[in-house]
Design a protein around this ligand. Structure first.
Ligand code: HEM
Length: 398
């Protein structure tokens, strides 16, 4: 049986899948914590995860639950995380999502294909020049999605190392009073304020300029929501697709039979991407939900105000849903994984991530068909970030 200690180990990611398997069998609605009144739960079964993510009884906005946390007072404090689309419920969620949805539809995203191919080619050319000491994360999986989202938004791609640091601090922070966190948030806010001033003076055909215009029009987007939207898109663009590319390549290296198949037939790449999403899900957990009422959830009483997190990684390895769930099989049929979530918060960037993943693998495998793990260095390690599954580095030989 899993226990709470496991969750706090720095190498938790290594043993996570057997821990989840134990939980699915023995304690699928797992009590993580309790302050005496409110409890925190982790749910691990595929069907439960979908049900949770779909149910309007589990909400995002905690301030609705506790009368002492008045929303109006909070709104007065400027905060770049306040009112993120990911953290609010309808009708605010519906309004915010509608503003950006057209930029992320599959048809609009498809138009980016030639530019994504160009970016991939440039990065691969730079890798050729390096020959040795190539790190697939730093040299390819990280810069590719960052350059794409930076160009969409209209933030200078040269500043990507700053964004990387800020994103990393934000997703790793366990405490908002942590001094490093506060310094980085302050720097990020100042950076965005300057960028917004520039774009206001000279609008461009980019998402930042369009959203500034929307904010100025005054009805659809507040100043705070403008900051939060850009912060969310930058973080989502930084912390996720890098893991999709890195994790899928890592799984292929570890399963040479599957790797040979995909090298022989590149029409199998989209299937490999879907299996990468399922097998090593880049986002391990959903973001927080709060119970809006007392609920009997599959025999477990969940009280109003309880905190619940859904383990996406566990759901995607649930034997009740996926045959041979612990096997990596790029030809798997009916791969209905929940790597992009489910329900109204289903990932806005899914079509973009899928296209980037497909192009990244196609270009990589045609340019370097002999690519393999570099066995002369230490084996790759998982980053110890609770919410995400991704590698720190992935040294390869070309
Ligand atoms: C939401 C995963 C890439 C933007 C989500 C959620 C998941 C997810 C699981 C739902 C979280 C929840 O319900 O708590 C992923 C994965 C990605 C990826 C696995 C890459 C492989 C991207 C990209 C973008 C993006 C490239 C955009 C640049 C968003 C946004 C939301 C979201 C804005 C919030 C949607 C809403 O609240 O309606 N993503 N994501 N994601 N994702 Fe992604």
């Amino acid at each position: 049986m899993g226990n709470l200690e496991t969750l706090h180990q720095s190498n938790f990611k290594i043993g996570a899948y057997s821990f989840y398997e134990d939980l699915r069998e023995g304690q699928p609605i797992f009590p993580m914590n309790s302050d005496g009144t409110n409890h925190s739960w982790m749910i691990t079964k595929y069907d439960h995860v979908k049900e949770l993510l779909k149910s309007p009884s589990f909400i995002k906005d905690q301030s609705k639950l506790f009368s002492s946390a008045s929303k109006d007072t909070e709104k007065d404090d400027f905060n770049i995380f306040q009112n993120m689309m990911l953290d609010v419920d309808p009708p605010d969620h519906t309004r915010l999502r509608k503003l950006v949805q057209p930029y992320f539809n599959p048809k609009t995203i498809k138009q980016l294909e030639p530019r994504i191919c160009e970016i991939a080619d440039d990065l691969l050319n730079q890798m050729k020049q390096k020959e040795t000491k190539v790190d697939l994360i730093d040299d390819y999986a990280f810069p590719l999605p960052i350059i794409v989202i930076s160009e969409m938004l209209g933030v200078p791609a040269e500043d990507r190392d700053k964004f990387r640091q800020w994103s990393n601090t934000i997703v790793s922070a366990s405490n908002e009073m942590d001094p490093d966190f506060m310094v980085d948030v302050e720097a990020f806010t100042t950076y965005l304020t300057e960028l917004f001033e520039q774009r206001k003076a000279e609008p461009q055909d980019d998402l930042v300029s369009h959203l500034i215009q929307t904010e100025e029009d005054g009805e659809q987007l507040t100043r705070n929501e403008l900051y939060s939207m850009i912060v969310l898109l930058i973080i989502a663009g930084h912390e996720t697709t890098v893991n999709l590319i890195g994790n899928t390549m890592f799984a292929l290296f570890k399963h040479p039979d599957q790797f040979e198949k995909v090298k022989d037939d590149c029409t199998l790449i989209p299937g490999a991407i879907e299996e990468g999403l399922r097998y090593y899900s880049p986002v391990d957990f959903s973001t927080a939900r709060w119970a809006d009422e007392d609920i009997d959830f599959h025999g477990q009483l969940i009280r109003r105000g309880d905190f619940i997190v859904a383990s996406i990684s566990s759901a995607n390895r649930d034997e009740e849903k996926f045959e041979r769930a612990s096997q990596f099989d790029i030809t798997r049929e009916r791969n209905a994984h929940v790597a992009f979530g489910f329900g109204i918060h289903f990932c806005l960037g899914a079509p973009l991530a899928r296209l980037e993943g497909k192009i990244a693998l196609e270009k990589l495998l045609t340019t370097f068909p002999d690519i393999d793990l570099n066995l002369d260095v230490n084996p790759p390690e998982w980053r110890s970030v609770f919410l995400l599954r991704g590698l720190d580095s992935l040294p390869v030989s070309l």
